[in-house]
Ligand binder design. Structure first.
Ligand code: LRH
Ligand code: MN
Length: 427
């Protein structure tokens, strides 16, 4: 299924006047503050988010999974669904594959199909947290950290295979997330596991193509519940530095213990030039993989404020970031949920671009705490939706993506084409 520009233009027409009025008001408000609205529109248009291939169907928890109907049953249908998201939002310009959940049988054909939907391939993800049928060595007690050299060798080879698959698709980075850890004190040597993990990551890094990047994703717990080998940003940073200049830390917003100051972690990693990218989602308690900005929108804004400052003051030459969503959909239509996340990310970025960084620095220098807070909250409390909408409309997208998705009856058409019982691979 592919949306045509004419369909979108027709769908937008009845809402254009309403939009133009609200955009005019905001544009004048921003220009009266000396902001360059043309540049802001370009910055928003340039922010392209990778959609996870494993989050296009109904997710689930250990307590159950409720399917949606019309789910993509193969990689071709997943690419078409990301194509729909991109046509509506103009901000979902790439797809991040998880191997072996989404192995491209015919990489050239898959690349061609992606190009038809104006999509590229972002980071590929390895998987040494599940055993595949016929697998020689089990990852039950770990993979890159495992005591057994055979298990580690198998896991290293899997990561190199994932890189080779990524190369056939034009991807330039691999994300390594390890479930490796222990659920009981004494289960394994904390130091031994970490040393073996460092050695294994270095072995992967040595065979990684020169122009590739490795993202090391950390997580404090789950599926292990006493210790996780790569539990926090510091361990990930240490392992990345232990590998070399093309290894970076990946920040999944849901991978932090309650009340962790994630924006401070972002500021620190950017100062070190070791921030590789993000897995955007939101959470209330654990790794809940909820819709971006649905629980802690102010935290998301503060994270983007550090990113905007960091990108404008990139003393450590932090490379361009990999922007990815990593969410799981148990209750809402996966495509609607992803459209909401895409919108929330661009809204937080737009609000952060409104922060008067100079005035903020001046207030901070004068220890005028109230003034500093007011400068931040003025940006956060600005309704930037007309700006985000205008950027999307200028790029040929839908003014109101979820409304368009529903009015065009896209889920109904997907169910008609695919039936009610297709199940998408992934979480
Ligand atoms: C681990 C994680 C990781 C993926 C998986 C699907 O919780 O965030 O990024 O491999 O989810
Ligand atoms: Mn993740």
């Amino acid at each position: 299924m592919k949306l045509e520009a004419t369909q979108l233009a027709a769908q937008n027409a009845p809402y254009l006047d309403t939009h133009d009025r609200s955009w005019d008001i905001l544009r004048q408000q921003m220009e009266s503050k000396g902001l360059n609205t043309k540049a802001l529109l370009q910055q928003l248009s340039d922010l392209q988010i990778a959609i996870p291939s494993w989050a296009l169907g109904a997710g689930g928890t250990r307590f159950g999974r409720f399917s949606f109907g019309g789910e993509p049953a193969n990689l071709e249908q997943k690419i078409a669904d990301v194509g729909l998201l991109h046509a509506l939002s103009r901000s979902a310009g790439s797809i991040s594959l998880h191997i072996p959940w989404d192995i491209p049988e015919d990489p050239a054909a898959i690349r061609e199909l992606a190009a038809i939907h104006e999509l590229t391939f972002d980071a590929v993800n390895s998987n040494t947290f599940q055993d595949q049928p016929g697998q020689a060595q089990s990852y039950k007690f770990g993979s890159l950290c495992h005591h057994s050299a055979e298990v580690r060798a198998q896991a290293i080879e899997h990561n190199l295979e994932v890189i080779r698959i990524g190369q056939t698709l034009g991807s330039k980075s691999i994300t390594v997330w390890l479930a490796d850890g222990a659920s009981f004190p004494g289960q394994h040597s904390l130091r031994g596991a970490l040393q073996r993990t460092q050695d294994s990551l270095q072995a992967i890094y040595r065979d990684m193509p020169e122009d590739w990047r490795m993202f090391i994703e950390y997580k404090p717990y789950e599926p292990n519940f006493y210790s996780t080998v790569i539990a926090d940003w510091g361990t990930s940073l240490m392992l990345a530095e232990g590998c070399g200049p093309n290894a970076y830390t990946l920040v999944d917003l849901g991978h932090h213990l309650p009340n962790t100051n994630i924006e401070q972690i972002v500021a620190t990693l950017m100062m070190k030039g070791k921030l590789g990218g993000f897995h955007f989602n939101d959470s209330k308690y654990g790794d809940d993989d909820l819709t971006v900005g649905s629980i802690k929108p102010y935290q998301l804004f503060l994270i983007f404020n550090e990113l905007v400052y960091g990108m404008a003051n990139n003393t450590a030459n932090n490379p361009p970031l990999a922007w990815m969503i990593d969410a799981s959909h148990n209750l809402k239509d996966p495509l609607e949920d992803l459209l909401q996340s895409l919108e929330a990310i661009r809204i937080a970025y737009a609000q952060a671009l409104l922060v008067d960084q100079e005035a903020l620095a001046d207030a901070q220098a004068r220890q005028d705490v109230t003034e500093a807070q007011e400068i931040l909250q003025d940006a956060f409390r600005t309704d930037v939706r007309p700006l985000v909408r205008e950027a999307r409309w200028q790029d040929g997208g839908a003014l109101y993506p979820i409304q368009a998705y529903r009015e065009l009856g896209i889920r109904e058409q997907l169910i008609e084409q695919r039936g009610m019982h297709t199940i998408a691979t992934g979480l």
